[in-house]
Design a binder for this molecule. Structure first.
Ligand SMILES: NC(=O)c1ccc[n+]([C@@H]2O[C@H](COP(=O)([O-])OP(=O)(O)OC[C@H]3O[C@@H](n4cnc5c(N)ncnc54)[C@H](O)[C@@H]3O)[C@@H](O)[C@H]2O)c1
Ligand SMILES: O=C(O)C(=O)C[C@]1(C(=O)O)C=C[C@@H](O)C=C1
Length: 362
């Protein structure tokens, strides 16, 4: 796509889009209510601040503000930039569209230039400092055209997502909100509920925290003010899913209260197998069927440059790294680098690292 692209709201998502577009040589203008957020976004290379009152003729306006002000900013942008396509990236879509459809200042010609979108990529951190230009690579990006969206708006939104490396899909706002209630909003509340149990836990118990707890609580660190808005806007869809969770939880509690009762073990096995079956359905990269990778762990000294050296050596053997996790063994000055590769290359990599002085834990 060509620029300029104006990004309104230069926090985590807005600045990440700016970084990704700048890396592709596209002109980016930045605007945020917070002078420091826009200045930081400019400093990290996400674009150039559009000063108040300065004229601009963007080809595309991306509204990347919190959901509760999104419709207002989209409406303003449609009026301020009559030649531009305007998109938003808010995590909820039906409430934004409904507000725009009720907006008396917008006619069909304005609404035709608008399309709601949602990149299914983010982090548990807010603000431009946490931004990453590669955030969207291989991640889903949903486009939600409404009945008036014109072909140019759809094509421009699609070009943005593709240029940023995302995998594009299309849904109605209803279908989108229904889907993310389960795929994104339930995981967030389950993670928060679980992590909230840790508030009064003794430090000696917390010191036992392994990867399992970390896996399921990463997003419990997410920004409360953003999630209050997301959960509030999608409450009616999420609550129906939570009724089902409540039923399952009641059943599990009943089973665990009498673990020796007839059928109790079968019940537990069923719970685990149902979880296995659901987990196995989560697609891998690019929406492809899940691919199982083989993991190995390399112990590294906790000093600068160790991980970079390890990755350079893996690259030199020509083995593609599918995933990487870092952990520290408690109480030691050692780091553990967990690496996943195609199963067929695992032994080759272990042999290579062993022979080059790395300590591999299998
Ligand atoms: N965080 C995620 O993982 C994620 C992922 C996908 C989509 N989203 C959506 O992206 C949007 C932005 O989320 P974020 O995580 O980047 O939040 P953020 O808090 O990092 O950034 C939001 C920015 O919007 C600015 N802002 C607020 N009101 C404004 C206004 N009236 N005019 C201009 N700027 C204004 C804030 O100052 C802030 O810099 C939200 O709608 C969110 O639902 C978030
Ligand atoms: O990876 C994360 O940190 C996220 O929470 C990202 C995530 C999600 O996948 O649920 C969260 C909310 C957004 O609307 C889109 C993406």
């Amino acid at each position: 796509m060509s620029g300029p692209v104006l990004i309104i709201g230069t926090g985590l998502l807005g600045a990440s889009i700016g970084l990704g577009l700048r890396a592709r040589g596209i002109e980016v203008l930045l605007s945020d209510l917070s002078p420091s957020a826009q200045a930081v976004a400019q400093d990290i290379g996400a674009g150039r601040v559009l000063e108040a009152g300065q004229a601009a003729t963007p080809q595309l306006v991306v509204v990347a503000s919190p959901p509760d002000v999104t419709a207002r900013l989209v409406s303003q942008s449609l009026r301020d930039y009559p030649a531009a396509v305007v998109i938003d990236i808010a995590s909820v879509k039906a409430s934004v569209l409904a507000e725009l459809q009720q907006d008396q200042s917008l006619g069909p010609a304005e609404l035709a230039r608008y399309i709601g979108t949602h990149p299914m990529a983010g982090r548990e951190k807010a603000g431009p400092v946490a931004a990453r230009g590669e955030l969207f690579t291989s991640m889903p990006w949903v486009l939600c055209p409404h009945e008036l969206t014109d072909a140019k708006a759809l094509k421009t939104a699609q070009a943005l997502a593709i240029d940023l490396g995302a995998v594009v899909s299309r849904m109605s706002v209803e279908e989108h909100d229904q889907s993310v209630a389960l795929i994104s909003h339930l995981p967030q509340v389950m993670s928060s509920l679980l992590a909230s149990r840790l508030q009064d836990t003794e430090p000696h118990a917390l010191a036992l925290a392994g990867q399992g707890l970390r896996d399921v609580t990463r997003i419990a660190a997410s920004d409360p003010s953003l999630w209050v808005q997301i959960l509030g806007a999608n409450a009616s869809r999420l609550v129906k899913i939570l009724y089902g969770v409540r039923e399952d939880l009641n059943r599990l509690i009943g089973t665990l209260e009498e673990p020796e009762a007839a059928g109790a073990r079968l019940d537990l096995a069923q719970l685990m197998s149902e979880g296995n079956a659901g987990q196995a359905r989560i697609p891998g990269k690019h929406g492809a069927p899940p691919q199982s990778y083989a993991w190995l762990t390399v112990l590294v000294d906790d000093r600068p440059g160790q991980i970079a050296q390890l990755l350079t050596e893996i690259g030199a053997v020509g083995i593609n790294l599918e995933d990487l996790r870092l952990d520290h063994s408690s109480g030691q000055d050692k780091g553990m680098v967990e690496i996943s590769v195609l199963p067929s290359r695992r032994q080759e990599l272990i042999d290579y690292l062993d022979s080059h002085g790395w300590k591999v834990l299998q």
